[in-house]
Design a protein around this ligand. Structure first.
Ligand code: DCP
Ligand code: MG
Length: 486
């Protein structure tokens, strides 16, 4: 439990004699890329309607401007400004309502999924930022070409000799490849920061905007940190921590660097005190935590339903919303389930669930409602009923794109395009066995569209002939292999 001390006079606090944390004594073995989408909501609107690109565009939620494109920013528009003020500064501003986050969420997932093709270690931060630990890929490419790509922050004359210079240069090449892929496949421009930890990668990425990337070599970490004014400008220091620091008269990054650790330990627990001290020097040991996709995606509504028509209408409504979520998730569910709570005047009722394998295409909503209603009837057998909750969900996801039958196609998918149903041609079991590459689940293989089956088989054959390029990390076979992905 932290002890909070207020009104402690700064003059009573001694300046530290402790040597500063030396960033070059730190471990520089990781290479972290931070990617932030430029004016995210505004860009998604521009992708949907390219004519907007030539105009100043603002995204509005209630009376607040949550972002604007860079053309609008030339007029001095800022995030969180009132719409009235923004209109005064830029009378030609095109305002778009951004209260429905559905498209933004879809693009956000597509960007993170695309980045997972480079490394399994992708951590999402909000909707438009991702940290990617590319250390493994960098190590694979060592001893190749060390030309840095993009801007460099600070001075590089006296660099550390642990190999971090080379690693960060390769990291910058990978960051450029990531940003190119995002632009080619989703038409979004991004900024990237490349450094040996998350804190520095995030901070340095914002140094050159928009559509640029910046490398930070460890020797410039202190300069970068001191360039921040307030302690709250350090990304992981939130309002509450900032307030406690201010209460003990620590306002600037310099104050945090020069205060004694004991002083911090009076206000925070020792681990947090150490962490804050380290942050002020740009030291951040936190790992990139890969995000896990949910095991089940479901929706429910606690509403009283008493007729077949009411149940079918509710299932149709829930499935309509659910399919949008599942399609933006990108994976293919293998099971559909329905939950019902039967009315019971004494206990309030208990929830019951039935599920079955999903044999219907996600594009056929009418059929899905029929299947879901069939499950409902397994729980509610009576003609006359009263249910107080109805839910529907999908589970047992496999990493097969659910909207188009190639990975590339999935990423190119525009959220507005209504896709034709996936063509699935069932082969006889013997034929499947003949074509199913070793390591791939025969049942999963049997469910795949013929083109994907063929692609997997071709890939397997070319692997046998050892012609698959070494650097290719995101092969189709890796996706479908029963072995954990490398
Ligand atoms: N957003 C929001 N409310 C805010 C700030 C932002 O809803 N107070 C939304 C709109 C942004 C998105 O989050 O598009 C991402 O936030 P960023 O701070 O990364 O801002 P942008 O991506 O818009 O701009 P930048 O180019 O500066 O990254
Ligand atoms: Mg952004």
């Amino acid at each position: 439990m932290p002890i909070f001390i207020f009104n402690l006079s700064r003059s009573k606090l001694k300046k530290t004699n402790e040597p500063p944390v030396k960033t070059n004594m730190e471990d520089h073995s990781r290479t972290i890329v931070h990617i932030d989408i430029d004016c995210f909501y505004a860009q998604v609107e521009e992708v949907k309607n390219p004519s907007l690109k030539l105009q100043p565009v603002g995204i509005q939620q209630k009376n607040c401007l949550v972002t604007s494109n860079y053309k609008a920013r030339e007029y001095g528009l800022k995030k969180c400004m009132s719409v009235t003020e923004a209109k005064k500064l830029c009378p030609k501003l095109v305002l778009i309502n951004g209260e429905d986050l559905q498209h933004y969420r879809q693009y956000s997932s597509k960007v993170s999924d695309l980045l997972r093709g480079f490394s399994d270690l992708v951590e999402r931060l909000g909707l438009d930022e991702n940290f990617i630990d590319v250390t493994a890929l960098v190590n694979e490419r060592m001893a190749s070409n060390y030309t840095p790509v993009g801007c460099i922050y600070g001075d590089v004359s006296g660099t550390c000799d642990c190999g971090c210079y080379e690693r960060l240069c390769i990291g910058s090449q990978i960051a450029q490849e990531m940003r190119d892929a995002i632009f080619e496949q989703l038409s979004l421009t991004t900024c990237a920061g490349i450094a040996h930890n998350k804190l520095l990668a995030k901070l340095v990425g914002s140094k050159n905007k928009p559509n640029k990337q910046t490398i930070l070599f460890p020797d410039s970490a202190l300069e970068l940190m001191l360039g921040l004014q307030k302690v709250c400008d350090i990304p992981s220091i939130g309002v509450a921590t900032g307030k406690v620091l201010n209460d003990i008269h620590i306002f600037t990054v310099k104050d945090l660097q020069s205060c004694q650790i004991r002083e911090l330990e009076m206000a925070f627990d020792p681990l947090k005190a150490k962490h804050l001290k380290q942050l002020s020097y740009g030291v951040d040991e936190s790992l990139v935590k890969p995000y896990a996709k949910p095991l089940t995606i479901s929706l429910e509504d606690a509403k009283c339903l008493v007729t077949k028509q009411e149940v079918q209408d509710k299932l149709s409504e829930l499935l309509g919303r659910l399919l949008i979520l599942v399609k933006s998730d990108g994976r293919t569910p293998k099971v559909i389930k329905v939950s019902v709570r039967k009315y019971n005047p004494t206990t309030g009722g208990q929830r019951e669930t039935r599920q079955c394998p999903l044999s219907v295409s996600l594009d056929n909503q009418t059929k899905l409602v029929e299947v879901a209603y069939g499950l409902f009837k397994k729980i509610i057998t009576e003609q006359s009923f009263k249910v107080t909750l109805l839910g529907v969900g999908f589970s047992k996801f496999i990493d097969v794109p659910n909207q188009k039958n190639t990975l590339d196609g999935f990423f190119k998918q525009s959220s507005d395009v209504i896709e034709p149903p996936i063509k699935r041609i069932k082969l006889a079991k013997e034929e499947r066995c003949l074509k199913c590459p070793p390591g791939v689940d025969i049942e999963v293989f049997g469910e795949l569209p013929l083109e994907v089956q063929q692609e997997l088989w071709d890939e397997h054959k070319s692997k046998e002939r050892k012609v698959v390029s070494k650097g290719k990390v995101n092969t189709m076979l890796n996706y479908f292999s029963k072995e954990p992905r490398k």
